[in-house]
Write a protein that binds this ligand. Sequence first.
Ligand SMILES: *[C@@H]1O[C@H](CO)[C@@H](O)[C@H](O)[C@H]1NC(C)=O
Ligand SMILES: *[C@@H]1O[C@H](CO)[C@@H](O)[C@H](O)[C@H]1NC(C)=O
Ligand SMILES: *[C@@H]1O[C@H](CO)[C@@H](O)[C@H](O)[C@H]1NC(C)=O
Ligand SMILES: *[C@@H]1O[C@H](CO)[C@@H](O)[C@H](O)[C@H]1NC(C)=O
Ligand SMILES: *[C@@H]1O[C@H](CO)[C@@H](O)[C@H](O)[C@H]1NC(C)=O
Ligand SMILES: *[C@@H]1O[C@H](CO)[C@@H](O)[C@H](O)[C@H]1NC(C)=O
Ligand SMILES: *[C@@H]1O[C@H](CO)[C@@H](O)[C@H](O)[C@H]1NC(C)=O
Ligand SMILES: *[C@@H]1O[C@H](CO)[C@@H](O)[C@H](O)[C@H]1NC(C)=O
Ligand SMILES: *[C@@H]1O[C@H](CO)[C@@H](O)[C@H](O)[C@H]1NC(C)=O
Ligand SMILES: *[C@@H]1O[C@H](CO)[C@@H](O)[C@H](O)[C@H]1NC(C)=O
Length: 480
Amino acid sequence: MLPTVSTLLLVVVAGVQRAASISLNTSDDVSIRQAAATAAKGMLSYYTNTGGSVGGQLGLLNSPYYWWESGAMWGAMLDYWKYTGDTTYQNETLTAITAQLGPANDFILQDQIFDTGNDDQAFWGVTAMTAAEYGFPDPPAPLPTWAQVASNVFNGLASRWNTTYCEGGLLWQIYASNVNGQNYKNSISNGGLFQLGARLARYTGNTTYSEWAEKAWDWTAAVGLIDPASYAVYDGTDSSQNCTSVDHDQWSYNVGMFIYGAATMYNISGTAAAPSASVATWQTRLEGLVNGTSVFVSPFSNATNVMFEVACEKEGTCNTDQFSFKGFLARWLSQSSVFAPQISDTIAPWLQTSAQAAAQSCTGLGNSSCGTKWWVEGFDGVTGAGQQMSALEVIDSLLVGSGDVPLKGGAAPSSSSSSSSVDTSTLVTWTTVVPTSSSSAGVSTTAVTPGTTSSTSTANASVMGGLASAIASMASQGNS
Ligand SMILES: *[C@@H]1O[C@H](CO)[C@@H](O)[C@H](O)[C@H]1NC(C)=O
Ligand SMILES: *[C@@H]1O[C@H](CO)[C@@H](O)[C@H](O)[C@H]1NC(C)=O
Ligand SMILES: *[C@@H]1O[C@H](CO)[C@@H](O)[C@H](O)[C@H]1NC(C)=O
Ligand SMILES: *[C@@H]1O[C@H](CO)[C@@H](O)[C@H](O)[C@H]1NC(C)=O
Ligand SMILES: *[C@@H]1O[C@H](CO)[C@@H](O)[C@H](O)[C@H]1NC(C)=O
Ligand SMILES: *[C@@H]1O[C@H](CO)[C@@H](O)[C@H](O)[C@H]1NC(C)=O
Ligand SMILES: *[C@@H]1O[C@H](CO)[C@@H](O)[C@H](O)[C@H]1NC(C)=O
Ligand SMILES: *[C@@H]1O[C@H](CO)[C@@H](O)[C@H](O)[C@H]1NC(C)=O
Ligand SMILES: *[C@@H]1O[C@H](CO)[C@@H](O)[C@H](O)[C@H]1NC(C)=O
Ligand SMILES: *[C@@H]1O[C@H](CO)[C@@H](O)[C@H](O)[C@H]1NC(C)=O
């Protein structure tokens, strides 16, 4: 057998026919889209507040899911919309994100203060940025565009840059009422500022954002949250000790957040959006971070290239948040390959094997619910919205092709242009918009419909390019 074919992959392929699992042929785009549709449907089965009120529960998962994870979930639905071309959930996604905008259109809501740290707001901001880059329908007038919303979030984060200790950095928390995290400067908050800055710089061409991205990176590296040798991204550091002590836990979403920001910076270095940034420097940083990601793959010799959450998954101690993390790593790895095609050969085996392994875990509860551990055979009995999100994102990642270049727009204004509340009765009209650069195969959650296959329905390396072609070539080797 070829070395890229893991034992687990063989188990998985043999098990494709098992009842109620998500069947996935990674060399067939139609199969990938259908697997994604099943995972998405399962994820949204946890979302029941469709009749909630604007600024209230509309757009939110219920307990035990914290507010941030809903923002992350709608980001996953944007990825689903973009990469599968399925518009089934477009209205619902638009309504949900818009409902949480808040009075200043920056996702700050009084009734979510207890759940709103810098990282939480950043996750919703990243979702708004994604909507702008995908050409997702904007909120109805007079609400601002998604790019303006992302810029509002960025400005909020940047305004809280705190030099009292540690010579800078964002604290985890925003509000003093959140006692937990008042002295913690963490990677996901600073990484959120970093990634949003890089993406806004690219989108708007405004160098203020890329300068902030450089500043956020420099600070995070200087306090030791990015390891200078291994490029491991550690979780956070104690500002009451002037950031001299570091929590060395590694979580996959931390490195994922920095990877996509670094890929973006690499791609815009030396252009008008980041004239003083060095391509060589960002290339090295990106490569280092991708190297550092290897701690999150291959948990056992029987599961080569399968992604896992290294700090908790083997022990079975992951919490609700952590079940979703490896999905974001998959999302940001695959999207980084659009900006930095040189990483494709490294990450394609991780994503392809992990997607296959995730799909084979989705045999739970008699309704294709996905499990947590992709490295055990079948369903491990631990499921939820986060597990669905992880499976959805890693399956979607197989569809990311070199042509999926995020859009750019004009300069976003520096503050919100409107504070109107949302009238949900107007959020119902966008039914015909299809993603700009993805073919719109009709995705069926039940069966393949002949005639609805997309133009890339079989993985064709010569038209897909980049990551998708690396995956296609692996898959064809694996099938031989
Ligand atoms: C997977 O899809 C490819 C492309 O459509 C096809 O050639 C191959 O036979 C499929 N494999 C299986 C196991 O169905
Ligand atoms: C599967 O069943 C579980 C338990 O009844 C439920 O919580 C979950 O929402 C269901 N998923 C789907 C996709 O219906
Ligand atoms: C900056 O940090 C200090 C010390 O942790 C804190 O007292 C202060 O409120 C913070 N300032 C801002 C703007 O967050
Ligand atoms: C905090 O650390 C920085 C270097 O990281 C140092 O320059 C500064 O003097 C330290 N501040 C205190 C109060 O120790
Ligand atoms: C990444 O890993 C490769 C292979 O081990 C190594 O050659 C390269 O120097 C590493 N890059 C960085 C930036 O550490
Ligand atoms: C930057 O990204 C574009 C896609 O937006 C890609 O075509 C180009 O090759 C990338 N540049 C570099 C230097 O890799
Ligand atoms: C792989 O090995 C681990 C550790 O022994 C085990 O828990 C797991 O079930 C194995 N996975 C498969 C697919 O056999
Ligand atoms: C660039 O962005 C910053 C931050 O949002 C804003 O303050 C500034 O006005 C923008 N500059 C231009 C030229 O648009
Ligand atoms: C979006 O909502 C409108 C109004 O309720 C409805 O007519 C339309 O079918 C919906 N579109 C989709 C794709 O569900
Ligand atoms: C792949 O696409 C190219 C360009 O459209 C076409 O020339 C080629 O025949 C295709 N190859 C396969 C195997 O379908």
